[in-house]
Design a protein around this ligand. Sequence first.
Ligand SMILES: [Zn+2]
Length: 409
Amino acid sequence: MQFEQGNNLPRVRVTNQSAILRMVYHFGPITRADIAKRLDLTLPTITTNINDMMTAGVVQELDAPEPMDHRHGRRSRPLDIVPNARQFIGVEMRGSESAACLTDYRGQVLCSRSVPSPSRDYEDNLDLTCRLIRSMLDDRGLTFDDVDGLGFCVPGLVDTRSGVLNVRPSYNWYDKNLLRDVKRRLRFDKPITIENNACARAYGASLFQRELLNDVPTFAYLFIHMGIACPLILNSSSSFGSIVGAGEVGHMVMEPNGPQCTCGNHGCLEAISSDRAIISRCMDALARGGAPILRTLCPKGEEPSMANILQAQREGDSDVYLIVERAVYTLGLAIANIDNFTCPRIMLIEGELFRAPANRQQLLDVVHRNICKVTRTDTDFVFVEPDQFSGARGAAAVAIFHDLGSGAG
Ligand SMILES: [Zn+2]
């Protein structure tokens, strides 16, 4: 692919800068010659752009000697990103809790903080989240001048261009312009990105798990929480982390006569296998006088947490066992179908359910039993340890992606 062709020189320059910066980000330490080869650009174009980035302080030459660059008769020093050149805030706002973190350019978390949300109301959540961001910066003695971008992620469908939340059937978040509202509240005049929280996690994996994912052409990120989504990511020689659709797999019908979903249909994947569905089934079992072990873990009629449920499962509560087994089985079938359709090289799986090794094993057994033997791919299934800040860090990754795309000069 040629990046430097065309008549619109300023735009070509930004495109080249952005492509070169992404290459350094993803493959650094990398030599100028390797970048030229990967992008099919001339060495002088690389050198000019790299000089600008070094002047701006975002790219550095490392000391490690590399093999002789024969064409120029000198040793070519490898280049890499300057991790502390820029700082980004990532935020996940999801109705029950908000979490925020400040990261460097490489996604290292410099500080983080979270707060439970007493209400699902959109305005209340936004106020709470904006206070959280300000207090996190205040405590570190920083202001928005020290921040180069702000990434927000939320559950549900998001129009990433306009920042409007499209679907939030169970919340009053429908049609809210989150981008405009954040800008107004924080008076933050640098780039703000808004993304779905499963896609944000996929971006986070793409940027911050380079050892695992840089050489794979495709990977998927299955995120199970109150909903279920599985964005698919394509990597090519010149473009990384292109998300193909939001992967809203939660509403594929798995049991036509199954439990009703929040979307109105029956037997959707997330009506059986999401944390919300599992908790709701367990509440039903408690109300019927069942789930005796779970009852001892949440005695006052409180809603059980996923941690309570996994403990009850481990301790042999047969009602809880059956609910979880059905959820894992259905998820396994869904993954086999997703895999047959998309054939990702790696599928990352994040969900509270899979803190339990027995559930991981059951899931893999169901997947391998049901994957099509003819088109069978060699997908590696990798479990990601659930982390309170994985969404916030993913949101910061989206802000970093945006920064790389702008050339970051
Ligand atoms: Zn549904």
